[in-house]
Design a protein around this ligand. Structure first.
Ligand code: 5GP
Ligand code: ZN
Length: 144
């Protein structure tokens, strides 16, 4: 079982794209062992709908709605709990990209949902943060 990011795991201090020094994600989820890092690098194929220097967006392999895209940062961050001050711009970029994708897919006016799942109770299964963009049907609330 993969331990949660808050557990006792080796941490590596890195200087990120933002120029800030901060704890990198646990070694067991970074790089080649992380599914979404491998999709970002192109090693594992995905139906990419957008990419720039900050993020990659691709179709979810198991879509839960007519629109189900994941917006993923190129930089590895395991969970929302691992975000720091230096990530504020990146999170803004992710959210604005989700809104742009919803607009491109024609669901902006009728509505859509964005979701970050964090850790076990929320059902996070891939420990590289990703913003779900769901739309194209009425979405129940509260979620299950
Ligand atoms: P989580 O449950 O961690 O919030 O969401 C992970 C999402 O990644 C799920 O919706 C799942 O369907 C999707 N996913 C898992 N593996 C792959 C994959 O190999 N390719 C793509 N495109 N999506 C994946
Ligand atoms: Zn990763």
């Amino acid at each position: 079982m993969v331990p949660e990011s808050g557990g006792i795991v080796p941490r590596i201090m890195t200087r990120g794209r933002d120029g800030l020094s901060h704890a990198a994600a646990p070694a067991y989820t970074r790089g080649m062992s992380c599914l979404f890092c491998r999709i970002v690098s192109g090693e594992i194929p995905a139906k990419k709908v957008f990419e720039d220097d900050d993020v990659v967006a691709f179709e979810d392999i198991n879509p839960q709605a007519p629109l189900h895209v994941l917006v993923v940062p190129r930089a590895h961050v395991a969970t929302l709990n691992d975000l720091g001050d230096g990530h504020d711009r990146l999170v803004g970029v992710m959210v604005r990209r989700a809104a742009a994708i919803a607009a491109e897919r024609g669901v902006a006016a009728r509505g859509y949902r964005t979701v970050f799942n964090c850790n076990g109770d929320a059902g996070q299964t891939v420990f590289h943060i990703h913003l779900h963009v769901l739309g194209g049907r009425a979405l129940a609330w509260p979620p299950g």
